[in-house]
Design a protein around this ligand. Structure first.
Ligand code: SAH
Length: 479
C-alpha cells in the first residue's frame, strides 16, 4: 500500500480551501459534509458555489491565504489552478505542519482524496494510489449500485443497538455471528423495506435467542421479483440486491440465462417451467413450494419475466403465501410492453397517434379469445397483446372484422431487448403471414396501432443478424 487509509475527524475544525472554481467547490462540499468550518480563499466564487456560498460554516476571504491562516487548520486544499499560488500554499502549509493536498499536483500532496460512496454513517472510500483515478471512479459507480440508499440508515439503526448487544453477547465471535445474521437476515430485510418497528422487535428477539442459545423459529420470506424482458441491464437495483442474497430461486422460461448468472452462485435453483401448454409445475404447486421453502427459514426468490403484476400471475402466487402468513415483498420489473416498445423504437403513446394504450392477453384462463372488442377498436389507441403469437392470425382478423382498418400498422417483437431481438412489421392485413414467413418462435409481443409507423424513424436498437438475413430472404422472395 502506498498510502495509509484513515478517516479524519474534522468536525468543528478549520479546513482551508484555496480557489473559487469547480475543483475548489468539490473540496468545500466534502469538507462541509464532514462537519468542518471551511475557509475559502478567492476573489470570486463561481456558480458552483451557488448553494455553498450561504452555508453557515463557510467563511469567505477575498484575498490569497497567508501564513497566519494556517493556525489551527487541520487540512489545506490548493485548488486555485495557478502554479505559483499552489506552490506558495504548499510551502505555507508545510511550515505550519498542516496536511496539504494540491489538486492534480502529486508533488504537493501529503494525501490523496479518494472516490467516495456516502451512505453516512457508512462511507466507502476508494483509491488507486493516484495511478488511475478513473478506475477508482468506475469502481465507485459499481459500489453505488451495490449499496442500497437505505444502507446508511441501516448502519445508524444497527449502531443504536451496539451497546445492548455488547452487554449481552460477550465474545467477539458471538457478536460477529449475531451481526452477520442480523444485517443479512430478516432484521435487515424489514429495515430496508421501511419497517423499523418490525426490525427492532426482530433484532431483540434474535438477541434473546442468541443469549439463550435457542434457535429462534426462523420463518423465511418470499421475494417476488420482476426480472424485466431479458436485457440484464434493465434489472432494478433492488432486484439485483435480492438476487445476490437468495437461498433458493424459482424461475421460469422467460428469465434469460444472462439474468440467471447474476443470481448468487450458491443459491439452489428450481426451474418451474411454464412454456405454453407444458407447465413443468402447475401454479398451485409453485405456490405450495414457496410456502414450504419459506417455512424452512429460506429466503426465497421467485424470479419472473417482466413485471410480476402484469400477466405474471404474481397476485395468484401471493394469495397462498398471505393465507399462510409468510412475509413477502414484490419488486416491480420492466414489463415486456415497455421494454419491447422502447427497443423497437415504437412509442406506446404519442400526441399525434395514440392517447391511450391497452395491454391485453389473448390467452385467458380458458385459453380462448374472449375480449371486449368495443374497447379495443378505438382510434387513437395502441393495443399491446401478450401471449398472442399463436393467435396472431385470428386476432388480426378479429380486429379488422370489429372495425379497425386492415392497413392499421402492426408489429411483432420477438425476444425483445435481447441480442436476439427481431421485429416483424406490417399491417393487420398481412402481419400474420409475415410472422409465419419470419419463423419467429417467441416470446413475442404484438403491438397494434399507428404508433408502429414511427419505428422507421425511431429504430435505434440493432436487431439480431438473423433478422436482417430473414429480411433479405424475404426481399428476394418478393422480387
Ligand atoms: N409478466 C410478464 C409477462 C408474462 S406473460 C411481463 O410483464 O412482461 C408472457 C408474455 O410476455 C409472452 O408470451 C410475450 O407476449 C411477452 N414477453 C415477455 N418477455 C418478452 C420479450 N423479451 N419479448 C417479447 N415478448 C415478451
Amino acid at each position: 500500500m502506498d498510502h495509509l487509509p484513515i478517516f479524519l475527524d474534522v468536525k468543528g475544525k478549520k479546513v482551508l480551501v484555496d480557489g473559487g472554481n469547480t475543483p475548489a467547490a468539490r473540496r468545500v462540499e466534502r469538507a462541509l459534509s464532514a462537519g468542518a468550518i471551511v475557509h475559502v480563499f478567492c476573489p470570486n466564487m463561481s456558480d458552483e458555489f451557488r448553494t455553498l456560498r450561504e452555508h453557515p460554516r463557510v467563511v469567505h476571504h477575498l484575498r490569497a491565504p497567508e501564513p497566519a491562516d494556517f493556525e489551527d487548520c487541520v487540512v489545506a486544499y490548493g485548488a486555485s489552478e495557478i502554479g505559483a499560488r499552489d506552490q506558495r500554499l504548499y510551502e505555507m502549509a508545510k511550515a505550519a505542519k498542516v496536511l496539504v493536498n494540491v489538486a492534480d499536483v502529486t508533488k504537493y500532496c501529503d494525501f490523496i482524496t479518494p472516490s467516495v460512496v456516502d451512505r453516512s454513517p457508512l462511507v466507502v472510500a476508494i483509491s488507486s494510489g493516484g495511478n488511475a483515478p478513473v478506475i477508482a471512479r468506475i469502481l465507485r459507480a459499481r459500489i453505488e449500485v451495490m449499496l442500497p440508499a437505505a444502507y446508511g440508515r441501516l448502519a445508524a439503526f444497527v449502531g443504536g443497538f451496539r451497546e445492548t448487544v455488547m452487554a449481552k453477547l460477550t465474545t467477539t465471535e458471538s457478536r460477529r455471528r449475531f451481526w452477520e445474521n442480523t444485517i443479512e437476515g430478516q432484521v435487515g430485510d424489514h429495515f430496508l423495506a421501511g419497517d423499523e418497528t418490525k426490525a427492532s422487535a426482530r433484532l431483540l428477539e434474535d438477541l434473546d435467542a442468541a443469549v439463550t442459545g435457542a434457535k429462534s423459529a426462523q420463518i423465511g420470506e418470499v421475494f417476488l421479483v420482476g426480472a424485466g424482458p431479458g436485457d440484464p441491464d434493465l434489472l432494478t437495483f433492488r432486484a439485483l440486491h435480492i438476487m445476490q442474497r437468495a437461498d433458493v430461486v424459482l424461475f421460469d422460461r422467460l428469465v434469460s440465462d444472462e439474468i440467471m448468472t447474476l443470481v448468487r452462485r450458491d443459491a439452489e435453483r428450481v426451474y418451474v417451467g411454464k412454456a405454453p401448454q407444458q407447465h413443468a409445475m402447475v401454479q398451485e404447486e409453485i405456490s405450495e413450494l414457496m410456502v414450504e421453502l419459506a417455512q424452512q427459514g429460506k429466503r426465497v426468490l421467485r424470479l419472473k419475466g417482466g413485471d410480476p403484476f402484469i400477466f405474471g400471475r404474481g397476485g395468484e402466487e401471493l394469495e397462498l403465501l398471505a393465507k399462510h402468513k409468510i412475509p413477502f415483498q414484490v419488486i416491480p420489473g420492466i414489463t415486456a410492453a415497455s421494454g419491447c416498445a422502447s427497443y423497437a423504437g415504437i412509442p406506446l403513446t404519442h400526441r399525434d397517434h395514440a392517447q391511450s394504450c391497452v395491454l391485453i392477453t389473448a390467452h385467458g384462463r380458458e385459453g380462448i379469445l374472449d375480449l371486449d372488442w368495443e374497447r379495443l377498436v378505438r382510434p387513437d389507441q395502441t393495443v399491446v397483446v401478450y401471449m398472442g403469437l399463436g393467435s396472431v392470425g385470428i386476432l388480426s382478423e378479429q380486429f379488422i372484422k370489429r372495425g379497425l382498418d386492415r392497413t392499421t400498422p402492426a408489429a411483432v417483437v420477438d425476444n425483445g431487448t435481447r441480442t436476439s431481438q427481431r421485429v416483424v412489421t406490417g399491417d393487420l392485413g398481412n402481419i400474420a403471414d409475415r410472422v409465419v414467413e419470419s419463423g419467429i418462435k417467441g416470446p413475442a409481443l404484438i403491438i397494434i396501432g399507428s404508433v408502429v409507423s414511427l419505428r422507421d424513424e425511431l429504430k435505434w436498437f440493432a436487431d439480431s443478424d438473423k433478422d436482417s438475413h430473414q429480411m433479405s430472404l424475404q426481399a428476394k422472395d418478393s422480387l
